[in-house]
Design a protein around this ligand. Sequence first.
Ligand SMILES: NC(=O)c1ccc[n+]([C@@H]2O[C@H](COP(=O)([O-])OP(=O)(O)OC[C@H]3O[C@@H](n4cnc5c(N)ncnc54)[C@H](O)[C@@H]3O)[C@@H](O)[C@H]2O)c1
Ligand SMILES: O=C(O)[C@H]1O[C@H](OP(=O)(O)OP(=O)(O)OC[C@H]2O[C@@H](n3ccc(=O)[nH]c3=O)[C@H](O)[C@@H]2O)[C@H](O)[C@@H](O)[C@@H]1O
Length: 386
Amino acid sequence: MAGRVDLDGNPIKQITICMIGAGGFIGSHLCEKLLSETPHKVLAVDVYSDKIKHLLEPATVTWADRIQFHRINIKNDSRLEGLIKMADLTINLAAICTPADYNTRPLDTIYSNFIDALPVVKYCSENGKRLIHFSTCEVYGKTIGAFLPEDSPLRQDPAYYVLKEDTSPCIFGPIEKQRWSYACAKQLIERLVYAEGAENGLEFTIVRPFNWIGPRMDFIPGIDGPSEGVPRVLACFSNNLLRREPLKLVDGGESQRTFIYIKDAIEAVLLMIENPARANGHIFNVGNPNNEVTVRQLAEMMTKVYSKVSGESSIETPTIDVSSKEFYGEGYDDSDKRIPDMTIINRQLGWNPKTSLWDLLESTLTYQHRTYAEAVKQAMSKTTAN
Ligand SMILES: NC(=O)c1ccc[n+]([C@@H]2O[C@H](COP(=O)([O-])OP(=O)(O)OC[C@H]3O[C@@H](n4cnc5c(N)ncnc54)[C@H](O)[C@@H]3O)[C@@H](O)[C@H]2O)c1
Ligand SMILES: O=C(O)[C@H]1O[C@H](OP(=O)(O)OP(=O)(O)OC[C@H]2O[C@@H](n3ccc(=O)[nH]c3=O)[C@H](O)[C@@H]2O)[C@H](O)[C@@H](O)[C@@H]1O
């Protein structure tokens, strides 16, 4: 820990970080990184702690004096401002961020991603505290190319699909497509943070994650989450593989995504934390443009990797097509393609992702199989018994 320097060679001094949403997928990995590799202190704020309990217990862990858990719902808790004032930096990760909720719970989604974030921004601005706010690559919505004729050669022109923080527009579907409640709420909170910076001098960084995946993402329905719950695609497909069911391809799985290993992404966040002069005032894409697949290709790759990891042969029909209406309900819509431009994060932080999609799936599905295979087998034997 001693003698760590930032990108400009300045010594890094210990800070206290108020991390809201620390109990989630990203938060749990960020807490692990901060506690194991830096001297910093963490005030972990969340309504849940099961994904970080290995960092909180036993009380004798070497970093015990550097992490405190505060079970707080930021919607209405007077303790929030005090924690922000105690910290040097606030990182806000709190959100409803599973697409199945956006068109089915649009009000909760809008409140969670915009309204509930308002006091966090206010307290940081009023108290002169730095804020790192987690937005999403979904604020770009659809690519410009998505509106070109199917056979237009311009669809292959990067100008029509590469997503760049300081030039790309935000393109959503119509209001009745309530899927966009989340991305639009995230866009408006970005604009509010940016305006607090412009008008009141708030020192902010906005992060736009591009499909970060890895261990502890969401839940396996019926095991450590509601059996009728619909998590994000990694957990959906892991669940199908664990239960030896066909993977469901929404609208044929033609949408494209770029996936990045959570551990690569956390490196970028640590650089933002420890290089405020280079990160303040910036919006950063954090993704891996080299890991692009269609959802169908992801399903095929996950099936291959899972067979290797589990030693089980894959089933006869590994995938089936389902309509978005059937899978998500009314009001669903989708991003067609998400390629992050890397210019700004390369220039400001010198960061690039490292892990290939195959490798990140191998380590993640090893974790999923080790963590859930037995529990799923028990659950399935019970249901067949009844
Ligand atoms: N994982 C990704 O690839 C990804 C991509 C784009 C954006 N993001 C954004 O990153 C952030 C974290 O995402 P994640 O994948 O870790 O999600 P997550 O759901 O695992 O974590 C969110 C955490 O916030 C907590 N939370 C929500 N509302 C709260 C409230 N009112 N009070 C206290 N805690 C509350 C939840 O309990 C949860 O632990 C979110 O803002 C999300 O929009 C994530
Ligand atoms: O993770 C991100 O970067 C952002 O994007 C995600 O949105 P999306 O990528 O659409 O989330 P998934 O639920 O993982 O879906 C990915 C794709 O897989 C498809 N899918 C999902 C699940 C499934 O079983 N089958 C299937 O075909 C979806 O229709 C979609 O096209 C979520 O909005 C947030 O986590 C975040 O804002």
